[in-house]
Design a binder for this molecule. Structure first.
Ligand code: AMP
Length: 191
């Protein structure tokens, strides 16, 4: 199995690139944001519980996220690997992911961080707000999500740097150019 984490702030392009990598390397793409948005759209008990948190740009609890991940991973034992997009976002989530994978004799092959400056992120997210109309894409919430990233999620970069798994990729350029750089990181992992 090749298990990858695509890491980066909101607006870095994780969703777009994770979908392309999943297709190219036959991996299962797990976007926790998409899973939560689906729960909201279907008005499930979980969806109703998390909607206001997501709309404020805050993080949903580790407990909920870890349970979601556990359920997805245990349901898909047959896959060639996972690409995690938007998870982990906190150190407890990263620890839980390690435990879940190692329980199956698996591990993370690489944590690929997409590096993009904050002004560019905000510009992209404001454009996405116009194109997709996500309810957490207002300017105020966009800024809040960047702040949450900086304080709660960014510390994971050091965490993964220490494990030697971190690969940093500059996330500016066309989708195809960035994808090519990501493939250059992933290809050697297949061997
Ligand atoms: P995303 O589409 O990855 O930007 O996620 C949208 C929102 O879903 C985030 O702003 C959080 O409120 C919530 N969310 C997604 N993934 C996580 C996670 N791993 N931990 C906590 N909250 C999450």
């Amino acid at each position: 199995m090749i298990n990858l984490i695509l890491f980066g702030p909101p607006g870095a392009g994780k969703g777009t690139q994770a979908a392309k990598l999943a297709e190219a390397y036959d991996l299962m793409h797990i976007s926790t944001g998409d899973i939560l948005r689906k729960e909201i759209a279907e008005q499930t008990a979980l969806g109703l519980k998390v909607k206001s948190i997501i709309d404020r740009g805050e993080l949903v609890s580790d407990e909920i996220l870890i349970e979601i991940l556990h359920s997805v991973i245990t349901k898909h034992k047959e896959v060639k690997g996972f690409i995690f997009d938007g998870f982990p976002r906190t150190i407890p989530q990263a620890d839980a992911l390690d435990r879940m994978l190692s329980g199956d004799g698996q591990m993370i092959a690489a944590v690929i961080s997409l590096e993009v400056r904050e002004e560019e992120l905000i510009r992209r997210l404001l454009n996405r707000a116009i194109e997709l109309g996500r309810s957490d894409d207002t300017e105020e919430v966009i800024r809040k999500r960047q702040e949450v990233y900086a304080t709660q999620t960014k510390p994971l970069l050091d965490y993964y740097r220490k494990t030697g798994l971190l690969r940093e990729v500059y996330g500016i350029g066309t989708i195809a150019q960035i994808f090519e750089k990501l493939c250059a990181v992933v290809d050697p992992l297949k061997k």
